[in-house]
Design a protein around this ligand. Structure first.
Ligand code: ARG
Length: 256
């Protein structure tokens, strides 16, 4: 009898230990997060945005935000599913219930808050101006020139606001934006600083102006009204920020 009791105790302990080791995952996920594909965290992204999201040689989407999302999904006990599309479509997917989150270097904007719920911000960025070397474009005379941007981005929205539609051309991807600059179809490009550095490094003859156009905060945009999702992601994100993981991922891709 004693032996049976002892065995039962051991069995109970093992069950406890198993439960406890899964405890952390269960904790973050136990609010029963509803997602568009059960058991998955489906994110929409535009992988033309190195070092935050870009395609590797095998065609996988990698980068700062993909590494962060992989860890967040793991903490929530969800499988990460990445859906690639252009930026405008990525913003739309989350509004149409096709993805749970848009993870695409998304800047927190009041007008976007009307259609999606933002998580906490995890980093800041600056809108900068890329020009061909030797160009006479400056921040002060920007409005006299033809500006290239990615459609739907803050660069596009700010420039249309400040200089009017006639001065701004929106392209689907940054690859096309940079191509237009190299071809002389636009005089300059407004885009996010870390990404601008990557494109300038890959395309000789381009340079970034010193003056900053706008400073902004990046976050992830979730389906509107899914409080469990926002809370769950925020909880996981906070852990990853508090223990230095987010910073070390960023530092791996962005020097300084
Ligand atoms: N931060 C800018 C915005 O929210 C640009 C984001 C573009 N992202 C991308 N993956 N192409 O509008």
């Amino acid at each position: 009898m004693k032996k049976i009791l002892a065995l039962a105790l051991v069995a109970a302990l093992i069950v406890c230990a198993l439960a406890a080791c899964g405890g952390k995952k269960a904790e973050a996920g136990d609010a029963a997060i509803t997602t568009v594909n059960a058991g998955k965290l489906t994110i929409s992204t535009s992988p033309d945005f190195p070092p935050y999201e870009m395609l590797d040689d095998e065609g996988n989407t990698v980068g700062i935000e993909m590494e962060i999302m992989a860890l967040i999904a793991e903490k929530l006990g969800l499988e990460l599913q990445i859906d690639e599309m252009d930026f405008d479509s990525a913003l739309l997917a989350v509004q149409q219930g096709k993805s749970d989150m848009v993870v695409s270097g998304v800047t927190i904007l009041e007008e976007r808050k009307l259609v999606m719920d933002f998580t906490d911000s995890y980093t800041t960025a600056v809108q900068v101006i890329i020009v061909p070397e030797g160009s006479d474009v400056t921040l002060d005379n920007l409005g006299e020139h033809q500006i290239g941007t990615q459609r739907g981005t803050t660069g596009f929205l700010y420039c249309v606001d400040d200089y009017g539609e006639d001065h701004v051309t929106g392209y689907d991807t940054y690859t096309l934006v940079i191509q237009a600059l190299l071809n002389g179809q636009v005089d300059c490009v407004v885009m996010d600083d870390a990404v601008a550095k990557e494109y300038v490094a890959a395309n000789p003859g381009l340079t970034i102006l010193e003056t900053e156009y706008a400073v902004e905060d990046y976050a992830f945009g979730c389906t509107k009204g899914n409080k469990e999702l926002v809370d769950g992601v925020n909880g996981a994100l906070k852990e990853l920020m508090d223990d230095g993981t987010v910073q070390s991922i960023i530092s791996k891709y962005i020097a300084g």
